[in-house]
Structures are given as C-alpha cells and as structure tokens.
Write a protein that binds this ligand. Structure first.
Ligand code: UD1
Length: 363
C-alpha cells in the first residue's frame, strides 16, 4: 500500500510524527512524506523535524507564503504530479491548514482515498480560514479520525456516514506524552532566567487578532496589567512580527519591560516553558489541548473554540479579546479559582496506533 503523508505548517509536524512512527517497519507499506513548504523557516519547520525524529521529507513542494488562493492553488498544482508519479493508494492529511484542503482535493479528484486526522472540529465561525478548510476536507474524506466525541457528533450532523468516522484520541497528545520527559532536559528556563519565577506564556497569530489593530490593542491593554505582576514570555510568530510593524505597535510593546518578545521556540523548549508556566494565553488550537493534558490554566483569546472538550473538562477558558475580561480571568487563575482539569478520553498516547490499526483492517 502506497501512502502519502502530508505536512505543511508548524502544527502539522507534531501530528504526523506518531503516524510515521506507527507505520514504520510494517510489511507492505510504502510511505512517502510530502512537505508542501507552507512553513519554511528553520524555526517554523526544520527544527521540528530534527527534534521529533521525523525523517526528512521525501519531497518538499516549496510553495512558501502567499495569498490564500495562490498558496492553495500552488500546492495543488505541485502536489498532483507527485500523487500521479507515486501511484498512491492513500493520502493522509492532518489538521486544518491550507495544505490540508489543497492536498485533500488533489487526492479525491485523482480517485485516491483520503484520510483526515483531527476531523470534525468546528468553531462555527466561518470567518476563520481554518473553519472553511475543516468543513471542506471533512466533506470529501473517506476516513475521518476524531479527537473528541463532539467532533463525531458534528460530522454526523453534517450527514457524514457513521462508518467513515472513528473516535481515536489525539495524535498531538501522542507526541506530547512521548516527548515530555525529554523536554525536561531543555535549558530554556535557565536561558530565559525563569527558574523559580512565576511567569505567563503567550502565543498569538490568528489574523483576527494580530492583523486587526483594535483587537491587538485590547489584548495589549490586558498584557500591560499582567506584566506588572509577572513576566510574560511571548515567542512571536512571523505573521505577528509583520503585524506589529505594520500596525506601528512595536513602540508600545517595547515600553512593557516584562513583556518579553522572543523568536519562535523549538518543540522541546516550548513544551518545557508551557509545562512550567503559571498560565498560558493563546489563540492557538493545539495549545488549548496541550495545556489541558499538562493541567496548566489556559486563557483562549478568541470568541470561540473548535475544541470544546478543553473547556468542558480541561483547563481552558475562552475569554475573547476584551481587556477587562482577560484581566478578570487572569486574576481568577492567580487566585487559584480554577477547577481540577481532567484528561479527555483516549488522549493516552495511543491514537496513532489506533489509526494505523483501523487503516490496515479497512484497506
Ligand atoms: C498557518 C495556518 C494556521 C496555523 C498556523 C500555525 C492556514 C490558513 N493557516 O497560519 O491555521 O495555526 O499556520 O503557525 O493554513 N511566515 C514566515 N515563515 C514561515 C511561515 C510563515 O515568515 O516559515 C510568514 C509569512 O510572511 C506569511 C505569514 O507568516 O505571510 C503567514 O504564514 P501562512 O502560512 O500564510 O499562515 P499562518 O499565519 O502561519
């Protein structure tokens, strides 16, 4: 069976790593890893391959950054000949980035079976590019692997046949559990002089937050208060770097001595930093899940989440971008007014094994 595993952007790498591992050394399986090149910097891409032990991609399509239409079209144009030449039986895509839908479309139009890992998540906010990618990818996939029961229910509501849907757990958590001990050896706390210090970690890259002046300013208003209490470590995404400049906000962030802007971190350093933090503020999807498993309080700076289990039983709270609401939620965390988070069912490090077992049985 010839399988193409697709990755494109940073959050894809930790999702595909356990899948590649689970396929390793299986007789009769010929895997090919294709990187679309949507993310291409050392810090956004290469570093993750080294740290997660993912083999070098067999093919890198090198598409880089562009508008949505150009990026998606360019991925499709460059991926189609690869599928044809490789004569693939199956294409596996993960998550909700442009590479996911672009490669998914190419696969199904060539009659190749499509597997979507992390299917069924819905924010019900169609202004998010990722929501469109999720809905479209799920509607054309042959196998849909879900991380939580609500995702299964969403797919059933959309009319996806039950026999295509499998609740298997969370491959991103497979990677977290596998690397947690290794991350303990990271030197990041020493480097940032954070030993025995309470600190917050923040990540921010959603266009609705960082490309929008008002929204970014409301968040900064809350950071101005929080950084009076504790340092905020802010590994800045390239999109956010650009926005800080184009929105003329660098002077404002520069005036906050305890808001510490640093470059993107590798997987192990970020895991160590997150595990040691008092709280995490983020608009990322994956970090809501990772903090749930690590039992670190998470404030999600968005109006919605496609990962409701992290709020229902995890450590996550969706607080939006209102300055006062963020500060209020922060104060509750510091005062210890947070419930005892639980780990969602099947987030046990074995999701990739379940996925591969099902694929081998069904195919
Ligand atoms: C993409 C995903 C998003 C995911 C995020 C994780 C889509 C629609 N969005 O958003 O779901 O949460 O990745 O990071 O697929 N850039 C670099 N170096 C890189 C990559 C990007 O400098 O290696 C810069 C480019 O200037 C680019 C900008 O970041 O214009 C945005 O990159 P892009 O791939 O368009 O989307 P992300 O915002 O990273």
């Amino acid at each position: 069976m010839k399988i193409i595993n697709v990755v494109g952007a940073r959050p894809n790498f930790m999702k595909i790593a356990p899948i590649i591992e689970a396929f390793k050394d299986l007789a009769g399986i010929e895997p090919l890893l294709v990187h679309t090149g949507q993310h291409y910097n050392e810090g956004m891409s290469d570093l993750f391959f080294h740290q997660l032990g993912v083999p070098e991609p067999g093919i890198n399509l090198g598409v880089g950054s562009s508008t949505h239409a150009v990026q998606t079209a360019e991925i499709m144009k460059r991926f189609e000949p690869v599928v044809l030449e490789h004569r693939s039986d199956v294409v596996i895509v993960v998550g909700d980035v442009n590479s996911t839908i672009a490669c998914g479309l190419v696969a199904v139009k060539l009659g190749v079976r499509l597997v979507h890992i992390e299917a069924g998540l819905r924010s019900f906010d169609r202004s998010m590019p990722e929501e469109i990618n999720r809905i479209l990818t799920d509607s054309i996939s042959d196998f849909l692997f879900c991380t939580e029961q609500i995702a299964v229910d969403n797919l059933l509501c959309e009319g996806i046949p039950e026999e295509k849907i499998f609740l298997v757990g969370n491959v991103m958590i497979d990677t977290l559990l596998k690397n947690k001990a290794k991350a303990e050896n990271s030197d990041v706390l020493n480097t940032l002089e954070l030993n025995d210090v309470d600190f917050a970690v923040m990540t921010l890259h959603r266009p609705s937050n960082v490309d929008n002046y008002d929204s970014f300013c409301r968040i900064l208003g809350a950071l101005e208060v929080i950084q009076n209490d504790m340092p905020i470590i802010f590994p800045v995404h390239p999109r956010t770097v650009k926005s800080l400049c184009s929105l003329s906000l660098t002077e404002r962030t520069g005036n906050l001595p305890n808001l510490r802007l640093i470059g993107p971190l590798g997987y192990l350093d970020f895991l160590k930093l997150m595990s040691s933090a008092k709280l995490v503020l983020t608009d990322s999807g994956g970090i809501q899940e990772e903090t749930t498993v690590l039992k670190i309080p998470c404030l999600t700076l968005r109006e919605n989440t496609e990962r409701p289990i992290t709020v229902e039983i995890g450590s996550n709270r969706v607080v939006g971008t209102d300055t006062d609401k963020i500060i209020e939620a922060y104060r509750q965390v510091v005062a210890g007014q947070v419930g005892e988070p639980q780990t969602p069912v099947l987030w046990d490090g074995l999701a990739a094994e379940r996925i591969v077992k099902i694929l081998l049985e069904k195919l």
